[in-house]
Design a protein around this ligand. Structure first.
Ligand SMILES: Nc1ncnc2c1ncn2[C@@H]1O[C@H](COP(=O)(O)OP(=O)(O)OP(=O)(O)O)[C@@H](O)[C@H]1O
Ligand SMILES: [Mg+2]
Length: 308
């Protein structure tokens, strides 16, 4: 049974988790751009490749295959995440490389995730940005849910908007199901509500609140709503090509609030930047982007807003 991942309330770095469901929307690119943006604001930043399936941040950063990675932390070759951090060519920015071998555990036991999260939370840094893998596996959702800056990346395409909504909905139910795990009848209700076509006509979190209120009382219903309200994602439309493309994240903002009672922490857009595409196609590092790059300039502005 999964337990709640807890972080000790010592002084700790701000944790960002960059997710968003389907592959190819730009989670890794946005992770790097935000990290470069934070470094531009003189913030001591660490990028963590938490894509346990296909670690590729070091390639995008133009760095050689590292000889230290997350697996060394889990296998206890090194004791602290600081030891597996490598300096990038950008001052203020370090990288923790991913480990594809972790995938062999399919869904690593909670103790492994716990170890990664505890180490990450206590890093000597102002900000830690985790680039998450594609999909909505428990790995991805658990890392997303522990972040204080959980970012959902989407593109302006309707299918991507749908995926982003499904990602947030899955995150909500993952958290609710962990909250209810010690209360079998409440857990069953949450599990049933997870099916969007359930027979009890529970379609929204407000419906679920009402159902819990009727069956378990006011206190349980309030606890459920508090749990949902603690999820405050930042919604970023990536690869926006025209002004109206930025509406994609705003649509999610409205729909997530209406159906899931989830309020966003912020909404932003990063433009499609041919320079980014060109660098990646030529296997050149994104760190070579000039500060005048539209995508980097936007990401730096977004990072500045989110830390102010
Ligand atoms: N702002 C941008 N401007 C131009 N191209 C971009 C931008 N963001 C992403 N791309 C393009 O999209 C591709 C996919 O981006 P990225 O690898 O970051 O996606 P991802 O969501 O991390 O995918 P995966 O889930 O497979 O890890 C990049 O190789 C690049 O060509
Ligand atoms: Mg990626």
């Amino acid at each position: 049974m999964e337990a709640q991942i807890q972080i000790h309330p010592k002084k700790r770095a701000h944790i960002w988790a960059i997710g968003g469901g389907k592959g190819g929307v730009g989670k890794s690119v946005v992770s790097i751009l935000l990290a470069l943006g934070l470094a531009n604001h003189n913030q001591n930043t660490v990028l963590v490749d938490a894509d346990l399936g296909a670690a590729n941040l070091h390639t995008l950063m133009g760095m050689k295959t590292p000889n230290r990675n997350l697996n060394d932390l889990i296998s206890q070759k090194y004791d602290s995440i600081e030891e597996i951090c490598v300096q990038t060519p950008i001052s203020n920015l370090r990288l923790v490389c991913g480990a594809s071998e972790i995938l062999s555990y399919a869904n690593p036991p909670l103790s492994h995730k716990h170890k990664i999260v505890q180490s990450i939370a206590h890093m000597a840094a102002d900000h830690v940005i985790m680039d998450l893998g594609a999909g909505t596996s428990f790995n991805v959702l658990d890392f997303f849910l522990i972040a204080d800056k959980p970012v959902v990346v989407l593109t302006p395409q309707p299918i991507s908007i749908q995926n982003a909504y499904a990602f947030i909905r899955n995150a909500v139910f993952r958290r609710l199901s962990r909250m209810a795990q010690k209360h079998p009848s409440l857990h069953e209700l949450v599990r049933m509500a997870m099916n969007p076509k359930n027979d009890s006509q529970i379609r929204t979190i407000a419906d679920l609140y009402e159902a819990v209120q009727n069956s378990h009382g006011e206190k349980s219903a309030e606890r459920l709503m508090d749990t949902v309200h603690r999820i405050r994602p930042i919604l970023i439309t990536n690869m926006a090509r025209e002004q109206r493309d930025a509406n994609a994240a705003r649509i999610i903002q409205v729909v997530a609030e209406k159906y899931l009672n989830v309020q966003s922490q912020g909404v932003a857009a990063i433009p499609f930047d041919p320079l980014v595409e060109k660098l990646i196609a030529q296997m050149l590092p994104i760190t070579a982007l000039p500060k005048t790059s539209r995508a980097l300039a936007n990401a730096t502005a977004i990072a500045g807003k989110l830390i102010s």
